[in-house]
Design a protein around this ligand. Structure first.
Ligand SMILES: NC(=O)c1ccc[n+]([C@@H]2O[C@H](COP(=O)([O-])OP(=O)(O)OC[C@H]3O[C@@H](n4cnc5c(N)ncnc54)[C@H](O)[C@@H]3O)[C@@H](O)[C@H]2O)c1
Length: 356
């Protein structure tokens, strides 16, 4: 029987690489396109690269000629679009890179995909999906006592990152409404787990604690996020590949909401047991000037999506933190690979900002 074919953009990044692994395991043929920006790492695809059902191309999704060739040679059934610039702080430093990659390049990819889709025969045309992986951040911020975001909530993105994701999403949905091009949008909550670049909260704290550095937390640390273990997200995306309705949007969360300070304290406790002999890690916590436009709380009402997709997270937060910490403590080779390149330069700028 012919394997279904998934074209995955951004597959050498954090979530993308876990999704590629899950899709191969589920029996799909996968073509990964990634431009290997600072977050993209071929070590993330170590298993996939050894799999005969997987192909990889280093390319920018905004390169229309190259992407046209990929569609022509691979002939995907589904596109799972994860490629993006993803770090909020970087989007505050330089929004233009986010507009270029998340908006302009996304539109170019949509256009190539649409032209490919228009020429498909009816059964394959009917089956085709373009899945746009977006974020809960498009909704903006909630107060502590406000109800979780539903699909009816207005979009109020605060950071240039969130705004660029919302813009890409709007363009993708406009392709559905205007051309009937079968777009599906997913809003995911904060992901964590192995292979996340150590500029995001959890791996950043682990990396700094291991190096005996301070653990800087924005503002008073009371900001709340909803957390999902990355392999759960990969499972949710597989459910969308299988059941996602054209034109639909799915809010995919876990209900695991916690403040940043509680999360970092929990991580410190886990590190105290994992690294005995070192000082209590929570003594290294310091509070630094808040991020401009910092959203207070994200929380999504995922009941409708969970029902329709039949998706339920399997990894609770404390277990996921345990697994994540164990992975970072055991994977020096991976950490060494990301510590080269742009990372030291970014860390220096980050520390200079903290000092003010
Ligand atoms: N990490 C989260 O908590 C989270 C939550 C919700 C949604 N998302 C979304 O999920 C997706 C993946 O996030 P992630 O955390 O894995 O990010 P990541 O930064 O680890 O990976 C992004 C990947 O995209 C690649 N890329 C960027 N621009 C590209 C381009 N123009 N052409 C080709 N490749 C390009 C990078 O090289 C990198 O490998 C993003 O779209 C993000 O907005 C992430």
């Amino acid at each position: 029987m012919r394997k279904e074919k998934l074209l995955v953009t951004g597959g050498a990044g954090f979530i993308g690489s876990h999704f590629v692994d899950a899709a191969l395991k589920a029996g799909y043929a996968v073509f990964t396109v990634d431009k290997l920006d600072y977050c993209g790492n071929l070590l993330n695809l170590e298993n996939a690269l050894a799999n005969r059902s997987h192909r990889f191309l280093k390319a920018d999704i905004g390169d229309t000629d190259q992407m046209r060739e990929v569609f022509k040679s691979f002939r995907p059934d589904v596109v799972v679009h994860l490629a993006a610039q993803t770090h909020v702080d970087r989007s505050i430093d330089d929004p233009s890179v986010f507009i270029q990659n998340n908006v302009v390049a996304t539109q170019k990819l949509l256009e190539v995909s649409r032209h490919y889709w228009e020429r498909l025969k009816s059964v394959r045309k009917e089956r085709f999906r373009f899945i746009y992986v977006s974020t809960d951040e498009v909704y903006g911020s909630l107060k502590a006592d406000e109800k979780s975001f539903t699909l009816n909530c207005p979009y109020r993105p605060a950071s240039p990152y969130a705004a660029s994701k919302a813009a890409g999403e709007m363009i993708a949905l406009s392709y559905w409404r205007t051309f009937g091009f079968p777009t599906v949008v997913e809003h995911a909550c904060n992901n964590y787990g192995p292979r996340q670049f150590p500029e995001k909260l959890i791996p950043l704290m682990i990396e700094r604690a291991r190096s005996g550095k301070s653990l800087p937390i924005y503002g008073n640390g009371e900001n709340i996020r909803e957390w999902m273990y990355v392999t759960d997200h990969a499972r949710a995306l597989l459910a969308i590949v299988q059941k996602g309705r054209a034109g639909a949007t799915y809010n995919v969360g876990t209900g695991d909401e916690v403040s940043n300070i509680k999360l970092v304290r929990a991580l410190c406790t886990l590190m105290d047991s994992a690294c005995p002999g070192l000082f209590p890690f929570d003594q290294a916590i310091s509070f630094v000037a808040d991020r401009p436009g910092h959203d207070f709380r994200y929380s999504m009402d995922s009941r409708q999506s969970a029902k329709e997709l039949g998706f339920k997270p399997a990894v609770r937060l404390i277990d996921g933190l345990h697994k994540t910490l164990a992975w970072y403590l055991e994977n020096d080779k991976w950490l060494d690979s990301v510590r080269s390149g742009q990372y030291p330069e970014w860390m220096k700028r980050y520390e200079e900002k903290d000092a003010h």
